[in-house]
Design a protein around this ligand. Structure first.
Ligand SMILES: O=C(O)[C@@H](O)C(=O)CO
Ligand code: MG
Length: 259
């Protein structure tokens, strides 16, 4: 069985954020992730992890103004200073939470910025973050996010673009974050995708498609894909990042089946 983690930005949202840690542990999870920790003091989050015997498996670098629709600033030429400050903030939280991997959201390309300029900015920023992360003993993940449904204009919308970025870097601590939901929308062929990209995959997430709900609500054959993840020898975390159709606990049938 893969090592499953719960995404607390999407699961257990019936209760306030800080109460979701205990709910995840009671449901049988040992690892948790969520989008951003920055609203809470790191000490408070560390206490929730520790008191519930949970591992923090991932969170994202600061994304810019999320509420205003920003989805990362790594490709924005006029935000480099802010990006670098965010790298330091991310490293601070990672240390406090004992988290070894952070995701860097590439961002939406503004119409006013040329493709090449956005790409070169992204490469330089990710190289900077990778160097700082290497000093801190951390891995930098880059997620390919679908641009067809959820994030039109997102810079890294295919695994190929993430791999091109990784190839443009001088770093050995950068990995692909392979989200089955986004990859099903953009590429399909999930099992072969995981097999081909395995050496570069640092983190896996999932939701069914269409709808981004729990396994069994859409078209992905999760028991086959989870078996393949095991058979191929992937040793990282596999995080449930879906919006339950109702309450969270009844949506966890896939988890009890795998246990
Ligand atoms: O897939 C997603 O949406 C997340 O993993 C994320 O970090 C950005 O929204
Ligand atoms: Mg994801």
């Amino acid at each position: 069985m893969p090592r499953f983690a719960a995404n607390l930005s999407m699961l257990f949202t019936e209760v306030p954020f800080l109460e979701r840690f205990a709910r995840a542990r009671s449901a049988g999870f040992h690892g948790v992730e969520y989008l951003f920790p920055y609203e809470w003091p790191a000490e408070q989050l560390a206490e929730r992890l520790q008191s519930n015997g949970l591992e923090q498996v991932l969170f994202n670098l600061p994304p810019g103004d999320w509420a205003a629709g920003e989805r990362g600033i790594a490709c924005l030429p006029d935000r480099i200073e802010e990006f670098r400050a965010g790298v330091e903030q991310g490293i601070h939280y990672a240390r406090m939470l004992g988290c070894k991997q952070l995701n860097c959201l590439a961002g939406l390309k503004p119409e006013s910025v040329a493709e090449e300029e956005a790409w070169q900015t992204l490469v330089a920023n990710v190289q900077y973050a990778a160097d700082r992360f290497a000093e801190a003993g951390l891995t930098l993940c880059l997620e390919a996010i679908n641009s067809r449904v959820d994030m039109p204009g997102f810079m890294l919308d295919t695994s190929g673009k993430v791999m091109a970025l990784i190839e443009a870097l001088e770093a050995d601590n950068v990995r692909l974050q392979y989200d089955l939901y986004h990859m099903q929308i953009m590429e399909g062929d999930l099992t072969r995708g995981i097999e081909c990209l395995l050496p570069w995959i640092g983190h896996i997430q999932f939701a069914d498609n269409p709808g981004r709900h729990q396994p069994g609500t859409g078209e992905i054959n999760f028991s086959n894909v989870f078996s393949a993840i095991d058979r191929l020898g992937y040793g990282g975390w596999v995080s449930a990042e879906y919006r339950p159709t109702g309450a969270t606990e009844p949506s966890l049938g896939w988890f009890s089946e795998a246990n």
